[in-house]
Design a protein around this ligand. Structure first.
Ligand SMILES: [Zn+2]
Length: 422
């Protein structure tokens, strides 16, 4: 009996390498499992997830070195960690850089380091080509014959080419990937009447903090958790009126762990996730003010990292390596989608606020490692709506008129994002 159970268990935790498609699905499944095990500090689950990530990753020709090191490290003493970490960065271990070039757009021709490409189809119409041991210097996204084509550095050693079309033909010849794009009018008609376009979009709004976690506390003991809930509720009503399906991660003043917020968005199959916050200056200097929108991404920007530190307090025990491994999981397409979403929201907010408050400062769109955004499967952003340490903004952030203009601006940003990215 025990044997059967073990057998069943190990079968449940295995990478399905029967096809590229299933391995690809499993790879992402185990990434999610790995991230949640790190956030839960569940070592047993972490080892299982890593083992399968490595198996799937190797099959898919992905760079799994980082996970292999982590897997080994889980059995070794801390002293060994430093050694293996050093080894990783010696120049000899770096993969050789094989830059590839696009030499023609129709047919679409891209040079290869070798006659080797992995091809698979997602959602029945997305053709994905992964080119191993390759580097692309200028990733691009454009339409050729009404067919969307994207190229990106998928990970350190893999270049990904994505063609959003059902009907393509391709061949690999003399270290070249040649893709023939046919402008299929019938297919065009189909996309026009696709019910998907009329599907109601789902948005999850996350008012930051709550309950025992008051968030930033500013001038006049004004608490972040109170202001953000009010803004979130205005936004909720605006989006509902616009016809979206909307959820709030919290409706009142109570505490929710960061990872439950993300989990909520995933289980509700949200198309967008937006976390709403107010900023404080760490040294409580009064003059700093303005609106910033962040998207989840690895960054070296010191200012972004220090803001993230304040907001990340809800997640304990994440070391530097795990943080980087998690950030390494983010794929290029998702980072770009979140960045686009952030740009639209930031623009919407500034446009709306400046109709009435001309002095509002634009602090821009920035990448930052916010843990509330980790693990979301949809474009996700975090907006810092203003500074509670600035006398003027502290007052405004608790003023219903200002809050309503803010919410209208965010709603406008969301509308614009969907208009451009249906
Ligand atoms: Zn916050």
């Amino acid at each position: 009996m025990k044997f059967i159970l073990i057998f069943l268990f190990s079968f449940l935790f295995a990478c399905n390498t029967s096809s590229v498609n299933s391995a690809y699905k499993d790879y992402y499944k185990y990434q999610q499992l790995y991230i949640s095990s790190i956030l839960d500090n569940n070592k047993k689950q972490e080892i299982k997830a890593l083992k399968n990530l490595i198996e799937c990753g190797k099959y898919l020709n992905f760079d799994v070195k980082e996970y292999e090191n982590k897997y080994k490290r889980l059995y070794q003493k801390p002293k060994v960690i430093k050694k293996s970490k050093k080894e990783d960065i010696t120049p000899n271990n770096r993969p050789k850089k094989n830059y590839i070039k696009i030499i023609s757009s129709n047919p679409f021709i891209i040079t290869l380091p070798a006659n080797k490409v992995k091809h698979f189809i997602l959602k029945k119409y997305i053709n994905v080509f992964d080119i191993p041991n390759a580097v692309i210097s200028k990733p691009f996204s454009k339409k050729i014959k009404s067919i969307k084509i994207k190229t990106a550095q998928f990970n350190k050693i893999t270049v990904r080419v994505v063609i959003y079309s059902k009907k393509i033909k391709y061949k690999i010849e003399n270290k070249k990937l040649i893709i023939y794009l046919t402008d299929n009018k019938k297919q065009k008609m189909k996309t026009l009447v696709m019910p998907k376009a009329f599907r109601q979009k789902i948005i999850v709004i996350d008012p930051g903090h709550g309950g025992k976690d008051s968030g930033g506390i500013g001038i006049g003991h004004r608490m972040e958790k109170i202001a953000v809930l009010k803004i979130a509720k205005y936004l909720y009503n605006d989006l509902k009126k616009m016809g979206y399906i909307v959820y709030l991660t919290r409706h009142g003043d109570y505490f929710i762990p960061l990872r439950d917020r993300t989990h909520f968005a995933n289980t509700h199959h949200a198309d967008l996730f937006i976390s709403i916050h107010c900023n404080i200056t760490p040294d409580h200097s009064l003059s700093t003010k303005g609106v910033t929108t962040y998207f989840l991404s690895p960054t070296r920007d010191k200012r972004s990292i220090s803001v993230a530190k304040i907001e990340n307090k809800g997640v304990k025990g994440l070391n530097y390596l795990d943080q980087n491994v998690i950030l390494g999981f983010l794929n290029h397409d998702r980072i770009i989608a979140s960045q686009k979403f952030a740009i639209d929201v930031q623009a919407g907010v500034l446009y709306s606020l400046r109709k009435k408050y001309k002095d509002v400062i634009d602090r821009g769109v920035r990448p930052a490692p916010f843990w509330v955004l980790v693990g979301t499967q949809m474009p996700a952003i975090l907006i810092e709506t203003g500074f509670l340490t600035n006398p003027l903004e502290a007052k405004r952030l608790f003023d219903p008129t200002y809050e309503q203009y803010l919410a209208k601006g965010i709603a406008m940003g969301i509308y614009n994002y969907f208009r451009k990215n249906p």
